[in-house]
Design a protein around this ligand. Structure first.
Ligand code: GLA
Length: 516
């Protein structure tokens, strides 16, 4: 009896121990899941704009794997690979951006109730660190997709008969642009000769936005207390005000886009007195394919027309899907043909000299846009900035200064306000120039002008000065035509049937050739 009892006791004891460890195992496994699984938000509150922009990590930890999604500014990734767990993990996530895949890698670990995350950028850049906390389920989820409208042709708005001229905040100010800076820029343009030279649009780029009010109306953030008052101020100076948005839920910098509020936002812009809209694809890439771009841009083209206010429509989608072929049909007055310019010789020339094939698509009302000017931002020499200005004029490109106009050296102002070069850019025939001749680092570009005149630019992309020549007969003119050097501001001698000129390294000689 006692044996049986003791045996029974031992069996009970054994099964109790097994049960307990199983319970401990279940609890701990469960605990592990709970610690990482859920929606996490890293919140970044802008100190000057007061806008909270969050990065969301919506995670599930199961069977030793992390799955889920990551939403960061304009991007929405799905986690594809993971190693590790709550106490140290690496995840690789990916999304399709048009026809190419975009991948990001994050490393993280749980510390108390915080998720500490780092993103390794390019090896030469510092890592980005996030501290994420638990957020309500569903917060930050991508909004439902709204089907693109059926295609139709948007009527021409009658604007931008010559390439738009003005200023844009992005190249110099990026996220630091505010009401005071815009007023200061307008003051400068109205008093330093730029307005008289044709610079009219004062364009606020990304980072002016806040969220929406209860009626869904877009709000400005702390940096722009009263957009209507700002527009009035700019208009009183004889200038016009431009603004920026995206067809996506977010702009490139992660601020509120027009998604689902296109008509309402167009009306708000018109109510404020906005004269120009740059509409940047950005967050739309999370919801639409490149092939759907025309329909999405058409939507805002329609919305702008519907306001009844003349608003220049600038498409910014980095030249994808041959935008020059459909830009006019969606109501576009100009369209970016490239990714973002930087203030370097390589970036500027890489973009500028690549525009040759697009010449046929430019015409009054509709322009190729190789991006804004970097003149005066300090990354190039004045010789190089003259090349920048000349090349953009040959390309009939929009001339949007991108420097701080409130404080620039006289040489910068002189380059920006060279009226003879501006006249080439703004020529009313509206025919974009193209490459006439090239040999190694030397290129001659020509542009047909109204009245049968021509612009000729001798570009030397090499570091050392170079001698370049042109036979007048080859471009259908002769030594009897009048020659004007647009940087020396003087008439020059044609020097017989063949013209030779010495062009400084990275420099340009730009001529206007016209019948006497
Ligand atoms: C994109 C555009 C830029 C600028 C930024 C703002 O990169 O191409 O010109 O508007 O977005 O976030």
């Amino acid at each position: 009896m006692s044996i049986i009892t003791s045996h029974r006791f031992r069996v009970t004891l054994l099964s109790l121990t097994a049960l307990t460890s199983l319970a401990i195992y279940i609890v701990s496994a469960h605990q592990t899941d709970d610690r990482l699984t859920g929606n996490w938000a890293a919140r970044n509150v802008g100190t000057t704009d007061g806008v909270t922009r969050s990065t969301y990590f919506n995670l599930k930890y199961e069977n030793g794997k992390i799955t889920g999604t990551i939403r960061a500014t304009q991007f929405f990734y799905t986690i594809k690979e993971s190693t590790g767990g709550p106490d140290g993990f690496t995840i690789v996530a990916s999304m399709m951006d048009g026809h190419s895949e975009r991948r990001v890698q994050y490393e993280g670990k749980l510390v108390g109730d915080e998720l500490r995350i780092i993103r390794r950028n390019r090896p030469d850049q510092p890592v980005t660190e996030f501290v994420a906390k638990r957020a309500p389920a569903g917060e930050g989820a991508l909004p439902a997709r709204i089907e693109p409208p059926a295609r139709h042709k948007v009527a021409y708005n009658g604007l931008a008969k010559s390439p738009p001229m003005g200023w844009n905040s992005w190249n110099k100010f990026a996220g630091r642009v505010d009401d005071a800076a815009v007023r200061g820029i307008a003051d400068a343009m109205a008093s330093n000769g730029m307005r008289e030279a044709g610079y009219i649009y004062v364009n606020i780029d990304d980072t002016w936005e806040a969220g929406r009010n209860a009626q869904g109306e877009i709000q400005t953030n702390k940096k722009f207390p009263d957009m209507k008052a700002l527009a009035d101020y700019v208009h009183k100076k004889g200038l016009k005000l431009g603004i920026y948005s995206s067809p996506g839920p977010n702009t490139c910098a992660g601020y509120e886009g027009t998604y689902g509020h296109e008509e309402q936002d167009a009306m708000t812009f018109a109510k404020w007195g906005i004269d120009y809209l740059k509409y940047d694809w950005c967050g739309a890439r999370t919801l639409y394919t490149d092939e759907e771009m025309p329909a999405i841009y058409q939507k805002m083209g329609d919305a702008l027309l519907k306001t009844g206010r003349p608003i220049v429509y600038s498409l910014c989608q980095y030249g994808r899907l041959d935008v020059w072929k459909w830009g006019p049909d969606v109501g576009g007055n100009l369209w970016r043909t490239t990714g973002d310019i930087r203030d370097t010789w390589d970036s500027m020339t890489g973009i500028g000299f690549r525009q040759n094939e697009l010449a046929q698509y430019a015409m009054p009302g509709h322009w190729n846009d190789p991006d804004m000017l970097e003149i005066g931002n300090g990354g190039m020499t004045d010789t190089e900035y003259k090349t920048h200005m000349s090349l953009w004029a040959m390309l009939a490109a929009p001339l949007l200064a991108g420097n701080d106009l409130r404080q620039m050296k006289p040489e910068t102002l002189a380059i920006l306000t060279n009226r003879e070069v501006i006249a080439i850019d703004q020529d009313k025939l509206g025919k974009q120039g193209s490459r006439f001749w090239q040999s190694g680092e030397q290129e001659i570009w020509t542009r047909e002008l109204s009245g049968g005149a021509k612009a000729v630019a001798f570009f030397n992309r090499g570091k050392d000065e170079a001698k370049m020549s042109l036979k007048w007969a080859d471009i259908g003119t002769s030594e009897k035509w009048k020659l004007r050097d647009l940087w020396l501001h003087q008439d020059v001698d044609a020097k017989g049937p063949e013209y030779s000129v010495t062009v400084p390294g990275h420099g340009v000689v730009m001529l206007r050739v016209s019948k006497k």
